[in-house]
Design a protein around this ligand. Sequence first.
Ligand SMILES: NC(=O)CC(=O)O
Length: 410
Amino acid sequence: MLSLLELRARIAAGTLTPAGAIDLCRAAIAAREPDLHALVTLDPAPAIPETGPLAGIAVGVKDIIDSAGLPSQMGSSIYAGWTPRGDAAVVSRLKQLGAVALAKTTTTAFASSDPTETVNPHDPGHTPGGSSAGSAAAVGAGMLPLALGTQTAGSVIRPASYCGCAAVKPSFRLIPTVGVKTYSWALDTVGLFAAGVADVAHALALVTGRPEIDGADSGSAPRIAVVRQDFAEAPEPEAEAALMRARQAAERAGARVSDLALPPELAQAWERHRIIQNYEGRLALAWEYDTQADALPPRVREHLDAGAAIEPAQYDDARRHGHHARRVLKGLFADYDAILTFSAPGSAPATLDSTGDPRFNQLWTLMGVPCVNVPVPGQSLPVGVQVIGRFGDDGRTLAVARMIETALRG
Ligand SMILES: NC(=O)CC(=O)O
């Protein structure tokens, strides 16, 4: 994969120019895109700044996120050719930093769960995951050093796990969602994909203007709770093996690791995530649902039909459970620095008809806490583990994730 930090080091050393770094991406795209189908639009002649902390860094932008002059087609024929005038807030920030919004990456329609045409870069017979399919596949394939995604249930962490790259779904609203097509205003979170955890941390620190996120300290012996989320059904053997290897790596690195069974309030919130997601989706996509329903793909239509049947009282109850569970989780973090759990039920399913199951992700999206996918080496198909921290503690969460990543590579 293309490491953002390695490219920036070469540019800083004068052995690579920003334009040369963009050319490296174009060459990788030319080699892999015909088989991967990860991109929707490729900017033929983007401006390439010579200066800035992300000069020379090509970014993939999920196609529900606006990038001025490039279409935002939402993965739907309804928006074919729709071209926004301006940048989403996060894209504008990346350009200020010198980055190049080189390509729009595939998304499931409206970031829901109808599969895209993108395939897994490690095996074309397997899904890359979703809804941020193209971003995960493009980074996992070494076509881009950085990509933007969004997560409403598991759409950043799960595809990153399937495609073998690092990713962060930051604390809720740490990155603004202005200029991002909304599915659920209580859940949608902009995330980042990159080759390794250090690359992700560096990009998040720059994008948010919080330098303390980069290089934060994990502490000499971080307290890590291994959580299985038993209410989410058992995972597959490869996910179990990955979690065990990550646990052992954390212990070797000096962490104090123990098992934690989540209190029932967390399971109750997990059960109600979909009520919030689909109730809000029905309202956020009202125009599409009310006037373009025949153009909606089946799973989006199914989810919005379900949303239309949810009563406001059910939605309010689900939100109350989420609020209460966030308070319970905050209390749990008094005794731990991070949680370690599954990123996905297993490796990427051997199908292109599904983007996989977010059951190990959805709770944490509702909790609004930072989540990091750490690739676990050594499996035929990638499998990641998820490091989760306190709300607002993104730097330490990334530091613990990096400690585990380094110990796994050791
Ligand atoms: N947008 C989402 O998070 C949906 C998913 O997890 O597949």
